[in-house]
Structure formats: structure tokens, C-alpha cells
Design a protein around this ligand. Structure first.
Ligand code: GLC
Ligand code: GLC
Length: 651
């Protein structure tokens, strides 16, 4: 018998054994809702062989593997039973239309509830604003109970079932999810499953010496093992602490803490951790979350002698959670947050793992092209690294709550005559304003004196030159900065997948340096771009004379334009050689429609050959969707500084 046959057979046999007692436990539900239960069993049979294989690969050698299997099944059944009716309807709807997130009508936004709207009640009031922007995907930054003071912007979660008191209650969250859904907006929340805060119930019980919970984490009595691991680990927050372990004086143990000292890494080698987190996942799903952003996916499995990033088992864990979701709450999809080498980013993306993913490469290289005024690295990377499995989508963004890291591939760079190390230094200098002539006003983040590595913080507008222009009260520079911002928006809106906006950027919010006066934020420069929303900057949204107002209205126009173009749906993108080193060109195709995008990344006028465009556009004539005019050039298209064209071919 081959291994696959063995797995299949044991999978089926195990389910045949586990189902009858499960039906007994779930008797009430089975009796009250026989149709629903049938649907559940259908999904269960469809997913079980895959789930069994994954769990067997992860935990098969565990002596009580079958016990854990039963526990996971029971958890899944209870999750399904507790799923509200409206969400079950959504499940059916999404099973019939699984690729809903590929629509060009979908635009995403992300914000901190407290910074954007004070609290969850305030969020309700902002729904019309989100609608005005055309938002259909709303990511609320971590809003759960977390330690007082520094909690890594909420990424140190003390309870996944309790909203932080200043933000609201779980009931308000569930109500908000419903209200959003009724307006066609899907709620996205984080699944921070790599670690908990040191105040989470599990951590407290580990601290109290409960063996069961000690085994949830990585605790070591001395440096022997931590030293062995540290040899091959990357430091994520080197300015906070050297190495990846923290000495906890109370329990006299070294604790694995990849991020901050108060974020304890969970040990997924322990099947009880997998199961406990599955319960939290289901809880979030049943609260009305439609997309879970899988936080820090790269780090969830550890193996001595490796970097402990992107290990094969990390994928198995996510796939197993994916299978659980398909059974109990199939409307739920996953978004991967892997801000790692591009070869590793794509490995998380598949219908069986994370259906959608941040696209950190595209993000970083848009900024790279803006700094260099050359598109070769961006075009090359788009041409060679855009493809992902059918049905999946990139989430394309320009700024997030995090820093920008220069995650391109070194070989890609060298092939184009770029020295990767020197180039990263240049980009850091450029975006922190150190490079002569730079328009950017960013702040360094986590500069590592040993490796020379560093990242950059800053709002979109400050990085794109608006802060400098305003500071110098220079109208010409302001004009260029606005053009740069709109150029970036045009590219990210045209590129496909889900465009995601960091709220505040749509009105060109500038850096806020006051974070340095806040003791809990002072040593984390990401707070420079985590700015309280300026609702009271009265009327900015309608004031076309202010850069923020002008940009907002242009963005509204572009989003609406995109929504009306079927060619912008899906994820299909073909880079074209524009023949001009400053001009990015690509073709989007969907639903039999075609749009040619060309974008000038320099502050000088540029030309591209019209015949070349005809070749790619498969047409003689073009209409610029953006300006509405026909582009009738015979020999050249001329692009003004930072101009972009969305060209619709016609004959
Ligand atoms: C993710 C978050 C980041 C956080 C880290 C640790 O990368 O985006 O803000 O610091 O995870 O949870
Ligand atoms: C993330 C990434 C890192 C990022 C950090 C948060 O998990 O790996 O590049 O900058 O955590 O800032």
C-alpha cells in the first residue's frame, strides 16, 4: 500500500469511527437541523482526508494522535453548530461564488479603530464614509484585550474573546460585523497566532507552573538551548532586544519571544496549541469576521539549526486551519502576512492555504522606482514574480501600519546591474531624507548595527514628498508630490488583486512626530505613521485647494473608474517593455476586456512609441479612461511628469 493510500484509508476509517459518537454528542443539533447537519457532514467528508493527512504529518508520531483528532473534530462540529444563521447563509453564498474577492469592485481599507473613529460605536458612524470611498473590505487593526502600555499596537493579545475596553465589547464587534456586511463590507481581523501576550490566560497559567500550559510556550531554564537557536535566528526587533529570547525573572526561565519581550511564541509542536487556537479561530469566524489576516505566518514553526522562518510545517498548520474553515465556516478566507523573501511569500498562497496575501515586493518596488525614477527592477519583478495560483489574489498596498523593508531578490537586482546591498542602503538613505536631493521624509526603523539592515517608517504623503514641499512652502514641489501620490495610487489600483488603503493616506496625512513624547511609543518609529485621523481638519475632504482634499477626490474618481472596468478584475497582469527606462507598462486582461497601463515614474516628460503600444494593446486607437480623451498620437505618446494612462483599445 502506498503512503497516500495508507493515509486515505486511515482517514476514512478514523472518520467512520469518530462520527457515530459525534452524532450522539451533537444529537440536539442533528435532530433540530437535519439539513444543516447533512451539509456539515458533506463538507467533513470532502475535507477530512486532507485534514487527516496534514495533522498526521504534523502530529502523527504523537502517542495520543487519535485523541487529538477527536478533539479537533468535536471543536469543529461545535463551531459549526454555534454559527449564526446569517453567517451560514453567507457560507452557502460564498461556496457558490468562491472568488468574490477577485472583483474589480472590491477595494480595501485598514485602520486602527481608536485612531480612526475612537471606538466601535464611532466605527458605525464612519460606514457612510467607507461607502463613499467604495470600500468592501475593512481591516481593523488588533482591537483585543492587550497589556497596558506597550502592546505592539495590539499585536500582543491577552484574550481573543474580549475587545480592549477603550474600543468596545465583543457584542459591539459582532454588531459592527453585521452592519458592515449589510452594507457590502467584509470585516477583516488579525489572527495573531504565532504568539500571545504574557498576560494571556495561557501564559498566566504557564507562569503559575501548570505543566499543561508551560507546554504551550518555549521555556528554558538556562541559555544552553536558546544559544543554539540564536545562532541561526534573524533578529526582528534588534533595537528592542538582542537575540530572540527573554529572561523572565518571575519564573526564572528564558522565554522564546520573536518580537517584543512581552509576546510569547506559541509551540505548535504541541497539538493542544493547534486545537486551542482553532477554537479562537472559530470564535472570530462566528463573530462575523470574513477574512482572517494571518499574522507573522513565517514564524510559527521552529526547528533547531534553521532560521525558524518559512519551515514546511508552517504551511501544514495553515493548510490544516484552512481545512477546518472549509468544514465549519467556509465563508472565511485567509490572508497571509509573510513579509519575507519573495520566493517564500508565494509559498503561502493557494486555495488550500491563504487565498490572498500581502504583496510586499510590489509595495517596496513601487517606492524603489519612485526613488530611482527607473522601473527596471519593478518591471522585472512584476514580470517574473506576479503569478500566483488561479483563484488567488494579491492584496496590493503602498503603506500599512508597518515599516517598509526592501525585500527584493538579490539575484534579480544583480541581473539588472544593481548591487543589492548598496541599493538597500541607498533606499534607506533616500527615504529617511539623508540622500542629497531626496524628496522623502521617512524615519529609520530597526536599524541593525551588526548587519547594516534597516527599514523605513513614514506616511505615504511624507515619503512621497508632500511634507518637504509643504515645509518649504514650495508650490512646484507640492505639485510634484501630489502627482507622485496619484501615480502610486493609479498603479496600485490598476494592478489587480485587492488594492488596500491605509486610512489617512487618502487625505495625504503627514508624519506625526509627537510619538517620541509618548513613553510607550517612543522607541518604535512606526508610530510616526500611525496618526489619529483628522476628522476635525474641517472640510478637507471637500477642499480641492488643499493637497489632501484634491488627492481624496482624485482617488474617489479613480476607485470608481476602476470599479467600472471589468479588465481590472482578477489577477492577470502582463508586463510590457515600454522602451523607456522611466515608464512602467503593463496590460490587464479579464472578462475578454483589455486595458493598457503606462506610468511615468520620473518628474520629466517622457515618450513611448505609439506603435509599441499598439502591438501590446492589439489595437490602433486608444481612449484614456482617466482623462476621457482619445489618444490619437501617431508616433509617440507623451507623458507629463508622473503621468499615468489607463488606455482602452478600440478600433
Ligand atoms: C506583524 C505585524 C506587526 C507586529 C508583528 C508581531 O508583522 O504587522 O505590526 O509587530 O506581526 O505581531
Ligand atoms: C513582520 C516582518 C518584518 C516586519 C515586522 C513588523 O513579521 O517579518 O519585516 O517589519 O514584523 O514591523
Amino acid at each position: 500500500m502506498s503512503e497516500t493510500e495508507w493515509i486515505r484509508e486511515h482517514a476514512i476509517r478514523s472518520l467512520e469511527r469518530l462520527l457515530p459518537p459525534l452524532r450522539v454528542i451533537m444529537a440536539g443539533v442533528v435532530k433540530d437541523d437535519p439539513n444543516g447537519w447533512q451539509v456539515f457532514e458533506r463538507r467533513l467528508w470532502a475535507e477530512w482526508p486532507r485534514l487527516f493527512r496534514l495533522l498526521h504529518q504534523l502530529y502523527g508520531t504523537n502517542y495520543d494522535f487519535f485523541y487529538h483528532l477527536g478533539a479537533i473534530l468535536a471543536t469543529t462540529a461545535h463551531a459549526w453548530a454555534g454559527r449564526p444563521g446569517q453567517l451560514r447563509e453567507l457560507d452557502a453564498q460564498r461556496e457558490a461564488d468562491p472568488f468574490w474577492y477577485q472583483s474589480q469592485k472590491l477595494t480595501g481599507a485598514v485602520c486602527y479603530v481608536d485612531l480612526f473613529a475612537d471606538d466601535l460605536a464611532g466605527m458605525h458612524e464612519r460606514i457612510p464614509y467607507l461607502k463613499q470611498l467604495g470600500i468592501g473590505y475593512l481591516h481593523l487593526m488588533p482591537l483585543f484585550a492587550a497589556p497596558e502600555g506597550n502592546n505592539d499596537g495590539g499585536y500582543a493579545v491577552s484574550s481573543y474573546r474580549q475587545v480592549a475596553p477603550h474600543i468596545g465589547t465583543i457584542q459591539q464587534l459582532a454588531d459592527l460585523a453585521t452592519a458592515l456586511r449589510n452594507e457590502g463590507i467584509s470585516l477583516v481581523l488579525d489572527f495573531v497566532f504565532n504568539h500571545t501576550s504574557d498576560e494571556h490566560e495561557w501564559a498566566k497559567r504557564a507562569r503559575a507552573g501548570e505543566r499543561e500550559y508551560e507546554e504551550f510556550y518555549f521555556l528554558f531554564p538556562d541559555r544552553t538551548i536558546p544559544d543554539q537557536y540564536d545562532r541561526t535566528l534573524r533578529e526582528i526587533f534588534p533595537t528592542v532586544r538582542r537575540g530572540s529570547f527573554t529572561w523572565d525573572a518571575d519564573i526564572e526561565r528564558w522565554v522564546w519571544t520573536t518580537f517584543n519581550s512581552f509576546q510569547w511564541d506559541l509551540n505548535y509542536r504541541n497539538p493542544a496549541v493547534f486545537c486551542a487556537m482553532a477554537e479562537e479561530l472559530f470564535f472570530l469566524a462566528n463573530t462575523g469576521v470574513e477574512v482572517l489576516r494571518l499574522d507573522a505566518v513565517a514564524f510559527i514553526w521552529k526547528e533547531l539549526g534553521t532560521s525558524c522562518e518559512n519551515l514546511p510545517q508552517a504551511h501544514l498548520i495553515i493548510q490544516a486551519y484552512n481545512a477546518l474553515a472549509r468544514i465549519a465556516c467556509p465563508a472565511l478566507i485567509f490572508k497571509s502576512e509573510a513579509i519575507v523573501h519573495p520566493d517564500d511569500v508565494v509559498k503561502y498562497i493557494s486555495l488550500q492555504e491563504a487565498q490572498i496575501s500581502y504583496n510586499p515586493l510590489f509595495m517596496a518596488l513601487c517606492w524603489e522606482a519612485l526613488a530611482t525614477r527607473e522601473v527596471k527592477l519593478l518591471a522585472h519583478s512584476l514580470a517574473t514574480r506576479w503569478a500566483i495560483p488561479q483563484g488567488c489574489s494579491w492584496v496590493n498596498y503602498l503603506r500599512s501600519h508597518d515599516d517598509i523593508g526592501w525585500t527584493f531578490d538579490d539575484e534579480d537586482a544583480r541581473r539588472l546591474g544593481i548591487d543589492p546591498y548598496g541599493h538597500r542602503r541607498f533606499l534607506n538613505d533616500f527615504y529617511t531624507g539623508d540622500f542629497p536631493g531626496s524628496f522623502a521624509r521617512g524615519v529609520p526603523f530597526q536599524a541593525n548595527p551588526v548587519t547594516g539592515d534597516a527599514r523605513v517608517s513614514g506616511t505615504l504623503a511624507s515619503l512621497a514628498g508632500l511634507e518637504q514641499a509643504i515645509h518649504e512652502q514650495n508650490g512646484a514641489l507640492t505639485d510634484l508630490a501630489i502627482r507622485r501620490i496619484l501615480l502610486l495610487y493609479s498603479v496600485v489600483l490598476a494592478a489587480g488583486g485587492i488594492p488596500l488603503f491605509y486610512l489617512g493616506d487618502e487625505v495625504a496625512t503627514l508624519n506625526d512626530y509627537s510619538y517620541v513624547r509618548n513613553a510607550t511609543h517612543a522607541d518604535d518609529s512606526r508610530w510616526v505613521h500611525r496618526v489619529a485621523y483628522h476628522w476635525r481638519d474641517n472640510g478637507i475632504h471637500n477642499d480641492m485647494a488643499q493637497p489632501g482634499g484634491y488627492i481624496f477626490n482624485e482617488l474617489l474618481r479613480l476607485i470608481a473608474l476602476r470599479q467600472g472596468q471589468e479588465a481590472f478584475g482578477g489577477n492577470q497582469l502582463e508586463v510590457i517593455a515600454s522602451g523607456n527606462p522611466h515608464v512602467l507598462g503593463f496590460v490587464r486582461t479579464a472578462a475578454g476586456k483589455r486595458i493598457l497601463v503606462i506610468a511615468n515614474f520620473s518628474e520629466r516628460e517622457q515618450q513611448v512609441s505609439a506603435n509599441r503600444m499598439r502591438l501590446f494593446g492589439l489595437s490602433y486607437c486608444f481612449r484614456d479612461l482617466n482623462g476621457g480623451s482619445e489618444v490619437a498620437a501617431n508616433t509617440y505618446f507623451t507623458l507629463a511628469p508622473y503621468q499615468f494612462l489607463w488606455l482602452e483599445p478600440y478600433t
